[in-house]
Design a protein around this ligand. Structure first.
Ligand code: CAA
Ligand code: FAD
Length: 380
């Protein structure tokens, strides 16, 4: 496999790197502490094209490939994983889902605002009784004349209060099980749509996570995405791509922590020498570097599969499984390399360690990735 980057890829990666250092790094500790959404920074990311990278220029997007997207995701995640989850949901779940499966009217109406960050999107699949077991949707969308009546609760929704548009998955024909599920575009402010309190989180604390309640929300029929009963396939296909973005997020968190640990090991002295000269520390860095490189290869493979029109269910799940474990392992070791300094906020690695954990949980837990992977390899 040859993952040679083009000049354009390098430009995009460098632009994301500069943005992260200049715009996201200042204040990242305070935003984490206060659970403050990076509102101004997200606005700038939209203006720079980071929120609709893969959307066709026809709908106001950057028309870029998935490789560009994962390069940018990695750079943003090295510094601020709260900002990168907003980027990931907006790009690969909401924009991609609407562009790939929406009709022309839906694309014209929603994509130009979403692709430029003028509006933010959310993707609402999880429920109190339907997390990993996503077919067990309890939220209902019952057909009435010219609309659907939406009732139920979604939880853990990223961009829960900051979004303007929400893709909501709901059951229309319970007797048909997953084949009766639909996906709808819901707008903030519609009567009966309520946003619950903000979750108090371990990591990605700058991101905005809420439960949502729908009480007899009238959804126009034209807001259903795809044919009647397409909603579960819509969610699965969209998540297959989303998982590549989260794998890139995990890679970025790991790479960010590794770079900090490496630099620290060159300046911190113990027993009369820089700690990098103690083999125990040098070997930690060797392990970190190796698992990060392996993760990068898996992420690039999945991104290339998607760009080349190959199936990426398997490669995306493998990338997410491996990169998220790498993020966890590397960030724990990065704290260790920093000694006591690793345990306090100003050195950043404790935040990266807390942020890493979510990559093993959302967009399908590690156990769910193993289900996807094992089913795929055994079927083949
Ligand atoms: N593409 C297309 N269709 C797919 C598919 C895919 N990748 N995966 C499954 N399907 C189809 C199957 O073919 C099947 O359809 P048919 O009956 O027509 O053949 C249907 O979906 C049901 O599939 P399964 O029988 O495999 O269903 P299952 O109940 O065993 O569950 C699962 C499969 C993979 C475990 C799935 O439930 C799953 O992915 N769960 C995890 C949910 C998840 O990832 N949630 C993330 C929420 S979003 C989020 O988290 C965002 C964020 O944090 C930022
Ligand atoms: P459960 O499904 O209850 O799983 C509990 C444990 O059991 C896990 O370890 C799981 O791996 C394991 N398990 C379950 N089933 C099996 C099985 N068959 N085999 C082996 N092990 C199994 N969801 C959205 O829809 N949109 C969002 O924007 C979103 N953002 C999120 C943001 C945050 C910060 C968090 C914490 C979650 C978010 N989620 C979102 C929800 C997330 O996708 C779910 O938490 C995740 O899919 C797991 O579901 P669950 O929490 O119900 O855990």
């Amino acid at each position: 496999m040859d993952f040679k980057l083009t000049e354009e890829h390098i430009m995009i990666r460098d632009a994301a790197r500069d943005f992260a250092k200049n715009e996201l790094l200042p204040g990242v500790i305070e935003r984490d502490e206060k659970q403050e959404f990076p509102k101004e920074q997200i606005k700038k990311m939209g203006e720079l094209g980071f929120l609709g990278m893969m959307v066709s220029p026809e709908y106001g997007g950057g028309g870029m490939d998935t490789v560009s997207y994962v390069l940018a995701m990695e750079e943003i995640s090295k510094i601020d994983a709260s900002a990168s989850v907003v980027m990931s949901v907006n790009n690969s779940l909401v924009c991609w889902g609407i562009e790939k499966f929406g009709n022309e009217e839906q694309k014209q109406k929603y994509l130009p605002k979403l692709a430029t960050g003028e509006s933010i999107g959310a993707f609402c699949l999880s429920e109190p009784e339907a997390g990993s077991d996503a077919t067990s949707q309890r939220t209902t969308a019952i057909e009435k004349d010219d609309h659907y009546l939406l009732n139920g609760t979604k939880n853990w929704i990223t961009n829960g209060s900051t979004a303007d548009y929400y893709i909501v998955i709901a059951q229309t024909h319970p007797e048909k099980k997953h084949k009766g599920i639909n996906a709808f575009i819901i707008e903030k402010g519609w009567k009966g749509f309520e946003i619950g309190p903000k979750e108090q989180k371990l990591g990605i604390r700058g991101s905005d996570t809420h439960s949502l309640n729908f009480n007899d929300v009238k959804v126009p029929k034209e807001n259903r995405i795809g044919e009647d009963g397409f909603g579960f396939k819509f969610a699965m296909k969209t998540l297959s791509g989303g998982r590549i973005g989260i794998a890139a997020q995990a890679l970025g968190i790991a790479a960010g922590a590794y770079e900090l640990a490496k630099e620290y090991s060159k300046v911190r002295k113990a027993f009369g020498t820089e700690i990098m000269n103690h083999q125990a520390i040098a070997f930690k860095l060797a392990d970190m570097h190796t698992s990060i490189e392996a993760s990068r290869h898996l992420v690039m493979k999945a991104a290339c599969d998607k760009d080349n029109g190959e199936n990426y269910d398997l490669s995306g799940a493998m990338a997410k499984l491996f990169a998220s474990k790498t993020a966890m392992d590397v960030t724990v070791e990065a704290v260790q390399v920093h000694g006591g300094n690793g345990y306090v906020k100003e050195y950043h690695v404790e935040r990266l360690m807390r942020d890493a954990k979510i990559t093993q949980i959302y967009e399908g837990t590690s156990e769910i990735q193993k289900i996807v992977i094992s089913r795929s390899i055994l079927r083949d």
